[in-house]
Design a protein around this ligand. Structure first.
Ligand SMILES: [Zn+2]
Length: 410
């Protein structure tokens, strides 16, 4: 698409091409241009400037115009952690959670991830695709312009391949970039309860080679938690995945200080995600690495878990990203504006820090920082146009309110 956006009240998130990730102090700044215009040619940002620079603006007079008076234009959210391919919602577990059952107790009763795995195996691939397509369309309407999607409800060779094929179809037909993550080590299937090593072997010897062979995944994830997979098992799986060219992006330290952060760092993970339970030891490990700390506050909100100590992480100079964790068990919403609100309200990130974490750093957590996440010449024009608002801080401030007027993809 070609378009000239004019009279933009404020153009948010302007970055040089060289600014690929933001850490610690640098996240405080959210560069913006008031009274701006922006030109898009062939779906990419080709130029921008101030309305008063009329000579420059006139060079783009050939483009169809879109008047943005009173409204803010900003990069789309980059949601680097979702499980949006699933067979059914789990509203029945919602009530158990309200009554006080813990995540671990629900999992022990055959609920949780294993419940989703059962439902997934009973659902036709075509139906899975149609449902996931609906969810994808829904998050795009809510401002998401790039997304990562995990498998992990298959938990068998066929089940995992089925999920990853659905993700591959979404990738091929979606208007936004999608990254696929293999999460065979999401939970131990019931039939393997007393033979863990057999399931690990299935991942290493059957799932990984077949997935790699069919080019069905970009990343490999492990749920490294007490009661799920140990740091040693995580090492084993991630090292095998590296051999197939799948980089790690892992679940770590949601329920306890599981050693997952250190496992991620020593296996050169792109990101370690969750981090509700984290101390100085994990923060030091992250400081000495290039691994991104991805926080999922909407999952902490839904499960009533403590929030990750985002301020401490920012003081330590870490690269912090925000993602939704959209999934039927612990975060049945992919609305990134709400994630940004929670980051501000519950984790005391400033609106600028939270927006940077949900845009450029989210892109970086999917290795899409050259394509998305900021207003940079040459990047894809995946853009959010807000409703008339006074400043971009209104997005997190007016939590739960839809302040997005229109989303432009390419
Ligand atoms: Zn997750």
């Amino acid at each position: 698409m070609d378009c000239l956006f004019t009279n933009i009240k404020s153009l948010i998130g302007i970055r040089q091409k060289e600014e690929k990730r933001l850490s610690g102090q640098a996240m405080k700044e959210l560069p913006q241009l008031p009274q701006a215009w922006l030109a898009v040619r062939r779906g990419r940002i080709s130029a921008f400037g101030k309305m008063e620079d009329t000579a420059l603006l006139e060079q783009h007079a050939d483009l169809p115009q879109f008047d943005c008076s009173g409204r803010i234009l900003m990069p789309c959210w980059c949601d680097s952690h979702t499980h949006l391919v699933f067979a059914a919602w789990r509203a029945e577990e919602f009530e158990l959670k309200i009554k006080g059952f813990t995540y671990e107790q629900i999992a022990a009763q055959g609920g949780g991830i294993l419940n989703s795995a059962r439902k997934l195996s009973d659902t036709d691939e075509e139906i899975l695709y149609e449902q996931a397509w609906q969810r994808l369309t829904e998050i795009i309407d809510q401002g998401t312009g790039a997304v990562e999607i995990k498998s992990g409800y298959g938990l068998s060779v066929e089940g995992e391949l089925k999920m990853l094929r659905v993700i591959a179809r979404l990738k091929a037909s979606a208007p936004i970039p999608i990254k696929a993550t293999f999460l065979g080590a999401h939970a131990l299937p019931a039939e393997y309860r007393h033979r863990r090593q057999d399931y690990i072997r299935l991942i290493l010897e059957e799932m990984l080679p077949r997935i790699a062979d069919a080019h069905l995944a970009d990343y490999c994830d492990v749920f490294c938690e007490n009661g799920f997979f140990t740091p040693e098992e995580t090492d084993q799986i991630l090292q095998a995945a590296w051999k197939y060219g799948l980089k790690p992006k892992i679940h770590a330290n949601q329920l306890a200080r599981s050693g997952g952060v250190q496992a991620g760092v020593r296996n050169y993970a792109v990101s370690v995600d969750h981090l509700e339970q984290i101390d100085e030891e994990e923060i030091s490990a992250l400081q000495a690495s290039s691994t991104i700390a991805t926080l999922l506050p909407a999952a902490a909100f839904f499960l009533r878990l403590p929030y990750p100590p985002a301020r401490r992480m920012l003081e330590a100079g870490l690269t912090v990203a925000l993602a939704s964790d959209y999934n039927p068990g612990s975060c049945p919403s992919g609305r990134m504006s709400f994630v940004v609100s929670l980051a501000c309200i519950q984790m005391r990130m400033t609106p600028a820090e939270a927006i940077n974490a949900a845009t450029l750093n989210g892109a970086c957590a999917m290795e899409l920082e050259d394509e998305l996440g900021s207003i940079t010449i040459g990047k894809r024009a995946n853009l959010i146009l807000t409703k008339p608002i006074s400043s971009v801080a209104e997005i997190p401030y007016r939590f739960g309110i839809d302040l997005i007027e229109k989303v432009f993809i390419s």
